[in-house]
Design a protein around this ligand. Structure first.
Ligand code: PLP
Length: 383
C-alpha cells in the first residue's frame, strides 16, 4: 500500500496488514526472534539481529512515519528514550538544546541531568514570552524542542513561527506531539524536522505499554536515528511493537470520541460554581485560543481546572475517574499536579509556573459521557 494517498484513519487501521505470504495471515505475526539466519555464507537477509531491525517493529515504524507524513521513524523503549535518542544523535557537548520551561517533567529532568554531566548544554525558555524565547534563540541552539499544548496548563506554542525562527538560527526543530497525535496536529507540515511521541499515551491508547518514537522528515535523519538507536540499544521490543500497532488501529476513532467527551466535560465545568478557572484551549479566554483553533484540528482531551474547595475531598468522592498519572488511555484519569506530576518542584516554583494547589488535570476517556458527568457531580457535591 502507498500510505501517502490515504487518510490517517485508514493508515492506522491498515498498518502491516496482509504481508504474510506463507499463511496469508491478515494481521501481522509477531517475530520474537532475537536473531535471523544467513541463507548462505556472506549473504545476510534484510534482518540479522533484532536490536538493529525486527520485521514487526519495521511495520509499526512505517505506520507511524506515514501518520505524521515523515520519511521514517525510530520506535524506542519509551518516550524519554526517544528524546534521549534525538539528543545523542544530534548534539555534542558544546551544542545547545533549547526546551520549554514547562516541558514534560521527565524530559526536564533528563535534559537538566545530561547537561550537569557535561553531555549537552541546555536552556529552558518560556515560548509564550517573547523576551525569553528570543534570548534563547539568539544563543545559536543546535536543537529546539517544542511541546504543545503544555502540561498541565495547556499553553499553546506557535509551531510554524518557532520553527521558522529556529531554522533562521541554523537549529533543528523537534515537536513533542504526544498530547495531540497526528490526528489533531501535524508538526512536520508546520516546518518541524522531527516529531517525538510518548507512544505510551494516545498512540497506544490502552495504558498497557511504554514506548516512544522519533519521526524524521528526511531519509538522512531516518538513517542517522536508526543507526544511533542500534548503537545505544534502545529500540522497542517485538511484543510492544505489536501491541502498539494493535492500539494504533483505532486511533482516529478513539480521538474522535475523546474530543466529543472532552467538549461536554468542558461545557459542564463552565457551569460549576466551584470551578474558579478552566485551562483548555477551547476557552475563549485562553491566551492562545485563536492559535489553537488554527494549529490543531481539535482542542484536546486533556482538561485542567482550579477548584474552590479541597481537591482531596473532591478526588476521594470520584469512582470512575482514577487518581493516577499518565494520560491518553480509554479510561478517564484525574491527577493533582501539585502532589503528583509536579511534586518534584518546590512550592514557590510551582506558584511561579502557575500550578495552583487546587489545580486538577483530567485525561478524559471513552466512557459514556453521562456516567463521567455523574461522577464529577459526586465530586462537586462532596466539597
Ligand atoms: C509521558 C510523556 C513523555 C515521556 O514518555 P514515556 O513514554 O513515559 O517515557 C514525554 N512527553 C510527554 C508530553 C509525555 O506526556
Amino acid at each position: 500500500m502507498n500510505p501517502t494517498k490515504f487518510h490517517p484513519a485508514t493508515i492506522a487501521v491498515h498498518g502491516g496488514l496482509n504481508q504474510d505470504e506463507q499463511f496469508g495471515s491478515v494481521v501481522p505475526p509477531i517475530y520474537p526472534s532475537s536473531t535471523f539466519n544467513f541463507p548462505e555464507y556472506g549473504k545476510p537477509r534484510a534482518h540479522d539481529y533484532s536490536r538493529r531491525g525486527n520485521p514487526g517493529r519495521d511495520m509499526a515504524q512505517d505506520t507511524l512515519a506515514a501518520l505524521e507524513g515523515g520519511a521514517g521513524c525510530a520506535l524506542t523503549s519509551s518516550g524519554l528514550s526517544a528524546l534521549y535518542l534525538l539528543t545523542v544523535a544530534l548534539l555534542t557537548p558544546n551544542d545547545l538544546l533549547v526546551a520549554p520551561h514547562d516541558c514534560y517533567g521527565g524530559s526536564y529532568r533528563m535534559f537538566a541531568l545530561l547537561s550537569q554531566q557535561g553531555l549537552i548544554r541546555v536552556m529552558f525558555a518560556d515560548y509564550n514570552d517573547e523576551k525569553s524565547l528570543s534570548n534563547a534563540l539568539d544563543r545559536s541552539p543546535k536543537l529546539v524542542l517544542i511541546e504543545t499544548p503544555s502540561n498541565p496548563l495547556m499553553r499553546v506554542t506557535d509551531i510554524a513561527a518557532v520553527a521558522a525562527r529556529a531554522h533562521e538560527k541554523g537549529a533543528w526543530v523537534a515537536a513533542d506531539n504526544t498530547f495531540m497525535t497526528p490526528i489533531w496536529q501535524r508538526p512536520l507540515d508546520l516546518g518541524c524536522d522531527f516529531v517525538v511521541h510518548s507512544c505510551t499515551k494516545y498512540l497506544n491508547g490502552h495504558s498497557d505499554l511504554i514506548a516512544g518514537c522519533v519521526i524524521s522528515k528526511t531519509e538522512e535523519h531516518t538513517t542517522l536515528l536508526a543507526h544511533w538507536a542500534n548503537v545505544i540499544g534502545i529500540p522497542a521490543g517485538a511484543f510492544d511493537s505489536y501491541w502498539l500497532m494493535r492500539g494504533l488501529r483505532t486511533l482516529a476513532t478513539r480521538m474522535a470520541q475523546h474530543d466529543q467527551n472532552a467538549k461536554k466535560i468542558v461545557a459542564y465545568l463552565r457551569q460549576q460554581k466551584k470551578v474558579s478557572k478552566i485551562y483548555h484551549p477551547s476557552e475563549p479566554s485562553h491566551p492562545q485560543h485563536e492559535l489553537a483553533r488554527q494549529q490543531q484540528s481539535a482542542f484536546g482531551a486533556m482538561v485542567s481546572f482550579e477548584l474552590s474547595g479541597d481537591p482531596a475531598t473532591f478526588v476521594n468522592a470520584l469512582s470512575l475517574f482514577t487518581l493516577a498519572e499518565s494520560l491518553g488511555g480509554t479510561e478517564s484519569l484525574i491527577a493533582h499536579p501539585s502532589t503528583m506530576t509536579h511534586a518534584g518542584m518546590p512550592l514557590f516554583a510551582q506558584k511561579k509556573a502557575g500550578i495552583h494547589p487546587s489545580l486538577l488535570r483530567l485525561s478524559v476517556g471513552l466512557e459514556h459521557i453521562d456516567d463521567l458527568i455523574a461522577d464529577l457531580d459526586r465530586g462537586f457535591a462532596a466539597i
